[in-house]
Design a protein around this ligand. Structure first.
Ligand SMILES: NC(=O)c1ccc[n+]([C@@H]2O[C@H](COP(=O)([O-])OP(=O)(O)OC[C@H]3O[C@@H](n4cnc5c(N)ncnc54)[C@H](O)[C@@H]3O)[C@@H](O)[C@H]2O)c1
Length: 446
């Protein structure tokens, strides 16, 4: 089986490498020649643990090209993994439509049955009402001659390779039994994962519902944390611990309690960022509105997320005894183990600070290069966290890089200026109690 993947970004590249790792021949297609050249030279254009190694190990089964037509012609399955940004009003399907046209044109002369799989996150009915009609129109083919599927991707950046190699679920939203069998063959290298077969629109809805639920939990936690902050002696961490002891969240089996991974979402923080949650919830909310559904929960969770940034920023300002001028952001990647800064809370916090004329210094372990492309000379860059904090009035720890825990409280304290305050915006530090020089969000009596 040969698979063409249109879009060699986070999802396309990891999918390509993951499928190649199970013996499938993969052609990664992108318009971005720089990306393709890096891959040709065995360098992953993105930072993901384990990706470089897997790329090299499967080199013989991975081709890369900018020639979309040729790649599609020789492939049995064509996966669409292009970006689907939010344009302010709704999901922007420009790249999806363009890819669909290219697929249609490429397969018009080819007699073989092809399957077109949408892996990009798209609002419900996109596969049926946008992709399918465009492909059929440009190819001149019938539904019997081309198969369609929607196969959402659930990988988490920073764990993308691990997630793809050990999927907790594979959702196949298919147009026919024939397509299901072909996609089961495509995923034959993952025999232990649960496969859920649905129609394409259900698959699209599953992806948005899953992301919205996680985002909702984050905003719920932050709203509760704000209440806790008003209560003397109340720590939201302990509140959530008490909630999670409910057997419905953490079942007790053979006397042992199973701690749900979900608990990491029920926690005070700076809010969600990244390339998925913000745009997906906005797109789902807009889609609901367009369909005359009052989706006030989706709207509310977005609002809480937006205001949480200001809230966290103000926590620093109101707790500082003097007149702070210099701000340091520790962590510009939207989460650890990635260099992705899209919608990153650390970046957004720096933007708020710059707008209010503070001097800003940033540190990150992996994302400094991307941060530099974003801010150019507007901020100061530091490769060493202790150097980054030593002249700041306010330090915000915004990414939970484990490496930030390599330094003791004393090291932080002694490297900071007298009177400076560190705001642990992610409840990251192991020592839970607040100190005069360090505050943690979600805790009362600052
Ligand atoms: N990043 C994630 O963690 C993640 C997880 C699950 C789902 N998704 C979804 O997957 C999709 C892709 O996300 P991403 O983060 O990989 O995006 P990305 O921006 O990293 O990559 C998209 C790539 O598509 C390329 N492209 C655009 N049009 C093309 C075309 N016609 N032919 C070939 N290449 C083309 C771009 O050059 C770019 O390299 C989005 O819909 C996203 O919501 C992303």
């Amino acid at each position: 089986m040969r698979i063409a993947i249109l879009g060699t970004g986070y999802v396309g590249l990891v999918t390509g490498v993951g499928l190649a790792n199970t013996g499938k021949k993969v052609i990664c297609v992108d318009k971005d020649e720089e990306k393709l050249n890096k891959i040709k030279n065995d360098i992953s254009p993105i930072y993901e643990p384990g990706l470089d190694e897997l790329l090299v190990a499967n080199k013989d089964r991975i081709e890369v090209t900018a020639n979309t037509l040729e790649a599609i012609k020789v492939s049995d399955v064509i996966i669409i993994a292009v970006g689907t940004p939010f344009n302010g009003d709704e999901i922007d399907l420009t790249f999806i439509k363009q890819a669909s046209k290219e697929i249609g044109k490429a397969i018009s002369e080819i007699p073989d049955f092809k399957v077109v799989v949408v892996k990009s996150t798209v609002v419900p009915e996109t596969t049926e009402k946008i992709v399918k009609p465009i492909v059929l129109e440009y190819s001149g083919k019938t539904e019997e001659e081309v198969g369609f599927a929607m196969n959402p991707e659930f990988l988490r950046e920073g764990n993308a390779v691990e997630d793809f190699l050990n999927p907790d679920r594979i959702v196949l939203g298919v147009s026919s039994k024939k397509v299901e069998l072909i996609l089961r063959e495509m995923y034959s290298g993952y025999p232990d994962s649960t496969i859920l077969v649905t129609n394409p629109t259900t698959a699209e809805t599953i992806k948005y519902t899953a992301n919205s639920l996680l985002a909702l939990t984050i905003s719920y936690s932050n709203e509760i944390a704000r209440i806790c902050e008003k209560l003397s002696g109340v720590d939201s961490e302990q509140v959530f611990e008490g909630v999670l002891l409910d057997k419905r969240f953490s079942p007790i089996e053979n006397g042992n309690r199973i701690k749900p991974q979900f608990s990491t979402y029920l926690r005070a923080g700076i809010g969600f960022g990244g390339s998925c949650f913000p745009k997906d919830v906005q797109a789902f909310h807009a889609f609901a509105k367009k369909n005359n559904v009052d989706s006030r929960l989706l709207g509310g969770l977005l609002e809480v997320n937006k205001t949480q940034l200001e809230h966290v920023f103000n926590l620093g300002l109101t707790n500082h005894p003097g007149n702070p001028k210099k701000i340091t952001i520790l962590g510009t990647a939207f989460k650890p183990n990635t260099d992705d800064i899209r919608e990153s809370p650390g970046i957004k916090l720096a933007e708020i600070a710059l707008k209010q004329n503070y001097e800003v210094t940033v540190h990150d372990y992996i994302a400094l290069e991307n941060t530099r492309s974003h801010f150019n000379d507007k901020v100061t860059y530091e490769a060493d966290p202790m150097e980054a904090i030593n002249d700041a009035d306010l330090v915000y720890v915004t990414t939970i890089w484990n490496d930030y825990l390599n330094y003791t409280d004393d090291e932080y304290f002694s490297n900071m200026k007298k009177g400076a305050i560190l705001i642990d915006t992610r409840s990251h530090f192991k020592s839970r109690e607040n100190r005069p020089w360090r505050i943690r969000i979600g805790v009362g009596s600052y």
